[in-house]
Design a protein around this ligand. Structure first.
Ligand SMILES: *Cc1c(COP(=O)(O)O)cnc(C)c1O
Length: 343
């Protein structure tokens, strides 16, 4: 007997790659050392384990305020931005209403949409994954979505929309725009400074990428008070655990480290991009902490794994495309050496 609700029957569980390689560049994770001392300092913190977390997340919101400049009433925190994107759909989209995003983009958006029986449309990118803002606006007009999810810079292509392009989309519609700026620290086109000027814009942020804290699952949304109040109705109390909230707070208080790190990543991104282009590999300019490329080498991912390097391989419509996260200089060199030897 199939007890599953109708909407999820065609889904498969999300599978992450269990392969272990010493050079792990498949999931856009940051630097393992960046905030490692915070873990060691946990023992000396005043965290309590018997009490529930402070559900107002006062300290964390204070630290987020120092980073983005907004008050607690304009912030919701969550267990990774994954939970927050899920919360946005739970809060704003009913069964059979439409969610519009990009194609290709982060695969979780369509999965969350399906779980809530929403319709999902991906606005197709043009050749070479170029995003045409006017055709996105046209698709929004035609499909009249309740929610538009825009990933900028986009995962997995790395494509970056300018502030003006995103503004144009936000102003073109009454639909709510959830702008996923998970990778925006690696570029300079954030709309975060002006998010309060729009009544239909919320920005989803994570500590998983630039802050290199994917393991603690911490993210936040900033938006006007009305939108935040709606999300707060749906958010489960204590959704972020005390240990994660504490580490997130401390990391935000020491954001200078993160700025040094993103400087390195941007330099290394150029190195990898140029090296791949020099090898005549079709490579895409990226605004994020990864580079997307196409290769006809058969079983490239497997061959790299044999050389102890793990990158992300895509399938289906993106068969033949790969994404390599920007690692340390040494990791990137190991990737390039392995890649050259396979060629
Ligand atoms: C990695 C990533 C996130 C971050 O997810 P978390 O749940 O915060 O780790 C969000 N959006 C996109 C597009 C991503 O690639």
């Amino acid at each position: 007997m199939n007890r599953e609700k109708e909407s999820i029957r065609s889904l498969e569980p999300y599978v992450t790659n269990p392969t272990v390689c010493s050079v792990k560049l498949d999931a856009n994770e940051g630097n393992s050392e960046l905030y490692l001392d915070l873990l060691k300092n946990l023992a000396n913190s005043d965290i309590t384990l018997n009490y529930y977390p402070d559900d107002s997340y006062t300290d964390l919101k204070k630290a987020i305020n120092a980073y983005v400049g907004y008050e607690p009433k304009n912030i919701t925190v969550g267990n990774g931005s994954s939970e927050l994107l899920d919360l946005c759909i739970k809060t704003f989209v009913d069964k059979d209403e439409t969610i519009l995003s990009l194609d290709p983009t982060f695969s979780m958006y369509s999965i969350y949409a399906q779980v809530f029986s929403a319709k999902y449309i991906g606005a197709k990118a043009e050749d070479d994954f170029v995003l045409n803002v006017d055709s996105i606006i046209e698709e929004i007009k035609e499909s009249d979505p309740k929610l538009v999810i825009l990933c900028n810079p986009n995962n997995p292509t790395g494509t970056l929309l300018t502030k003006d392009e995103v503004r144009k989309i936000v102003k073109s519609t009454d639909a709510l725009i959830a702008l996923d700026e998970a990778y925006m620290e690696f570029s300079d086109e954030s709309l975060i400074d002006e998010v309060m000027e729009y009544d239909n814009l919320l920005i989803v942020k994570t500590l998983s990428k630039a802050f290199s804290l994917a393991g603690i699952r911490a993210g936040y949304i900033v938006a006007n008070e009305g939108l935040i109040t709606s999300i707060e109705k749906v958010r489960a109390p204590y959704n972020l655990n005390s240990l994660s909230a504490y580490i997130a707070t401390k990391a935000l208080e020491q954001k200078e480290r993160m700025y040094d790190y993103i400087k390195d990543v941007k330099e290394q991104r150029e190195v990898i991009y140029n090296a791949l282009v020099d090898l005549n590999v079709k490579t895409y300019k990226s605004g994020a902490n990864f580079v997307f490329f196409k290769s006809d080498i058969e079983d490239l991912q497997k061959k790299l794994v044999e050389k102890d390097v793990l990158i992300r391989k895509f399938s289906g419509k993106l068969d033949g495309y790969y994404r390599i996260s920007i690692g340390t200089k040494e990791q990137n060199q190991k990737f390039l050496e392995a890649f050259k030897s396979i060629m």
